[in-house]
Design a protein. Structure first.
Length: 272
């Protein structure tokens, strides 16, 4: 299977501020799951915005590089056309329509489908993946729990039958048990033939689910490889996985320490 998404030499800036991304390369082959790791402000959401064509909504702009889907350039394409090409994003914070019913939310997602057949197939797939959305079809989406809202946000994105799904921190704010379930769902989505770019601060979950991963640091790719390679790397262990900690408390302490080290390195870079 050829490369679905290819990002080359991508640099992005917001307004006149310093660059948010510099010379970033990523690839998603076929229906792979690619995890994008990195701490706060590393540029993960910016990368998803660039791919989905929504940077200008945030006063951001691509200053160098290109983004291709199969052989077509999409970096100057209207976001609605990017969706038509099969690239659909689930932004951070879910952003479902709280007053609309679950069913209406799903229907809204289906508006981007290429044909009625795609939409019907997608609907079946969504109800298989998330039975709870059928059970609660008539209820206002705002009454769903956090985990159910995340499922609705993913389900709504799947309604247009995407070939590539962009997920921004789907585990944010969810209980550990639900994080595991979201991970399984991402794997099921992949098994059904959809590629996924998964932005996550939860590196443990992301590396379990992904085939490949990149770690961003201050807008640059610091590490990339297969998920197994990155899980085994000392740097990833120390930066994101809490080293070889013997307890959760120890892991948390090591994560805090890693954050502090990261901030120190960033400061050193800024002050030259
Ligand atoms: P987090 O995990 O905290 O969401 P992130 O890795 O997704 O972080 P981005 O949100 O992509 O990081 O931000 C990358 C850089 O761009 C940061 O320095 C951030 O302050 C800056 N930035 C992001 N959005 C904007 C914006 N709309 N205007 C100006 N600067 C922005």
């Amino acid at each position: 299977m050829g490369s679905v998404l290819s990002v080359r030499g991508l640099s992005v800036r917001y307004g006149r501020s310093v660059g948010a991304l510099t010379d970033v390369d990523i690839d998603v082959e076929g229906d792979d799951v690619l995890a994008i790791l990195g701490g706060n402000g590393a540029g993960k959401s910016t990368l998803l915005r660039a791919v989905s064509g929504t940077l200008s909504l945030h006063r951001g702009a691509i200053t160098a590089g290109e983004i291709r889907l199969a052989d077509e350039r999409i970096d100057r394409m209207d976001p609605a056309l990017v969706v038509r090409r099969g690239v659909v994003a689930v932004p951070e914070g879910r952003q479902i329509f709280g007053r609309m019913s679950v069913e209406e939310n799903l229907r809204a997602g289906g508006l981007g489908a290429r044909s009625t057949r795609t939409r019907d197939e997608a609907r079946e797939r969504v109800h298989e993946l998330f039975p709870v959305l059928s059970e609660r079809a008539g209820q206002p989406a705002g009454l769903l729990s956090g985990g159910e809202q995340q499922m609705l946000a993913i389900g709504r994105a799947l309604m247009s039958g995407p070939t590539l799904l962009l997920l921004d921190e789907p585990s944010l704010g969810l209980a550990p048990q639900l994080v595991g379930r979201i991970g399984e769902i991402i794997r099921e989505i992949h098994d059904q033939g959809t590629g996924v770019v998964l932005v996550e601060q939860n590196a443990t979950m992301a590396l379990k689910v992904a085939d490949h991963a990149v770690a961003l640091e201050v807008g640059r790719v610091a590490l990339s490889g297969t998920a197994d390679e990155l899980s085994g790397s000392d740097e990833i262990q120390h930066l994101y996985l809490g080293g070889h900690a013997e307890s959760d408390e120890q892991a948390e302490l090591e994560r805090v320490e890693a954050d502090r080290r990261r901030a120190g390195r960033r400061l050193a870079r800024w002050t030259g």
